[in-house]
Ligand binder design. Sequence first.
Ligand code: BMA
Length: 873
Amino acid sequence: MQITGFELIGTEQGLDPTVLPHLGWAPAVVPGGVHESLLAAGRIASPYWDRQEEDARWIEDRDWWFRASFAASQPAGHGERARLVFHGLDTVVDIWLNGSLLGHHENMFRPAEFDVTDRLEAGNELLLRFSPPLEGLEMSGAAVRMAERLAKASSAAGAEDGGGESTLTAIMPFASQRRKAAFSWGWDFGPRLPSIGIWRPVELLVEREAVVIGHHIRTDALQADGSALVNVLIEVDRFATEEALTARVELTAPSGLVTTVELPVENGIARGTVIVREVELWWSHDLGTPTLYEVRIVLLDGETVLHHIGDRVGLRTIALDRGEDPEGGRRFRFVLNGTPIFARGAAWLPADMLVGSVAAERYRELVGLARDAGMNMLRVWGGGIYEQDAFYQACDELGVLVWQDFMFACIDYPSDDPVLLREVELEAKYQVTRLRNRASLAIWAGNNEVQVFHGLAYGNYEPGSWGYDFFYRVLPNAVAAHDGAVPYWPGSPWGEDPSEGVLAANGVLDGDRHAWEVWHGLELGAGGGPYASVGESRHYRRYANDRGKFISEFGIHASPELSTLRRWLPEEALEVHSPSFDQHNKDNPKDKHDAVLEIVTGIPQTIEHYVDRTMISQAEGLKFGVEHYRRRQPHCSGTLVWQFNDVWPGFSWSVVDHDLVPKASYHYLSRAYVPVLTSFRVQDGALQLWVTNSGRTMACGTAVVTLATFAGREELRETIAFELEPGQSQAVWSGADLPLTVDRYAWAESPDGLFPSNRLFFGEIKELPLGTGSLDVVAEATGPATARLTITASGFAYFVHVLTPARGVRFSDNYVDLRDGDRVVIDVSGLPEGYDPAQLSVNDYPGDRRDSALPGRPTSGHCAEGNERQKRS
Ligand code: BMA
């Protein structure tokens, strides 16, 4: 039974609880938290609107009490027990049942469970007190030293804001001692808004004699005859029976084929290997079907059913290939069902600052967007949360692999502290057990960037009280003991090639790396330089130096679309670097992008230009990076863009904004992440066409390459036939002595639709002779909320895009380039009912065209309404 109907109240600390009944309680959002409850009650305004974020700061300093009453008949029957399970409490909490203390808990990443068999009455009162999440913590001397060293080291590595006070130096030295999501204290992509409250369901479980407390359906091997060896483990807690028990396990394939096994329970465990014939494997969506089997587990005492549970699991093997790489160093390559893959994806952040109330539909939509962009892996970043079940369910069903960090990020953790150590042990066991049946789970990584930060500060990775014991003993042991199949990796990034010294953790010869040479302009192991200007040192061209084996972070900022900004900033703040604008950008300095924009597009002055130009810089940069890394397949075997989504409506590296509106980069990535990619590169003055096959089958086709001037003169046309093995990437054509000048472009297309068209320019975007053509747009309604746009270009049109009139509008394609006479058909869905598609506005870059006719741009009436709503909420 789920316990609902909670109420809450906030008080000063140290309040005498006997006065509580006389105070004014308000309904609480559970699962959810304090902020959500106060928002629903109209007691605080949206912290995301304008500069209201600081108005919510007081919440983290109060005590917050939650109460609920529930009826229960005391377990009367012989052999019954009752347990209260709090699946997620955020974070420092004392719990009372019927006036007596049940216990204290301070880890949001593992449940609090209590046997209440002898404490239940007919009517029960549950009371919880959440104390301020940082209460009682003192900054440790080690943390102070770390912060000082880091400030020095990061300015030496080229960080412009090195030495300034940040979450990392001011708060994490406290917060790292307590198991709460690190990002909630503010990060370089989000505000300080620490969630507090009951963030996962509360259940009362009445159990009889024995229950299944864990299960693991693990695919150990795939056999030549089309069957799979599946290891089945059932963990049983028998608390009131001495009888011989058995566990019956049934696996039902989509075809209807059932595999059944019955296993005796001995010492709390039933284990056995079963052969699943005609196995229907789980594949990532790009390589096959993410098939799931229905699982039913029944615990039996003779013929009597004591307990039963259900699940859905995928059968697949996953491994990490770290074999020798012929170009030097070691591979870092995932192998799914025996097939080496190129991981194409992004880093996943919590879907909102307020992690307890993210709807399952939001997870489904976000993961669906990732899948639709061709992504086959999302990395759950270590400064956030172990995600909600709805996230993993979406990944399992939609065929998206998960790189799972343990929740540690960017700073030393005092791993010698026995209380923290105990919490980490329990948390690791719980989370590994919780996620081990997820077909999507591809790897566990110890943390985000703890080793690199420690290495920067101290110059070594010697054992010590900085998390060493967690990342090299506790966490790998938990993965080995409770999973035993999914690989463990000590951190993201991590690498251990001795020739790279302290930079090995982020080196190019081994392991994964975070490529923050671009954007942050740091010197982190990929080499290159010296650079003529700050802009050059952060320019996306630097990706081309990177010979890393797996790039688990690389990113560039871009503004959300103007319609999103209008929903969260007041009209007068819609100016580049207005105080509200800058407050929605948490990276420092606020004009960091300018040095690169100056080179790529020119520095934008208006908000419209800011949106377009930052989107161009991000989209072109990520395209450039992904193409470079994919050409290097199989030496490089993965690109995970930083970052997929946003925790609030801000300026960040995300490719989908907080209103779930995709940025231009999302559409560029969709084209760069297709299984068969063609890309151009200029090598020693020659123009090369590359084909990269990341599919499971041969890629056989033709590519038509043209070289033309923007004015429309075609100077070269060649048809190239190619045949590539799965996993192969190679130049299939090269043209020497061609005039590769800024007034020309190269174009590749597939006559049979095997790959999307691609192009290469020979200068920065701002240098190209663009903007002389025109677009013809035909818009037709295809249903009450859908439309089709047919756009035809006269002259070359760059960055042609349709703007979204409302949240939730989806385009089958967007931000495309069209040559003279090219036509694109864009299907639009999710329009507001009855929306006239003729109102959709179509623009390109430089975009001045749109300043004349703007029928479909979000009208001020529409946005003003939205703004009013935000202000009121
Ligand atoms: C990475 C992350 C985050 C950070 C991002 C952007 O390395 O792991 O800590 O938000 O860079 O700076």
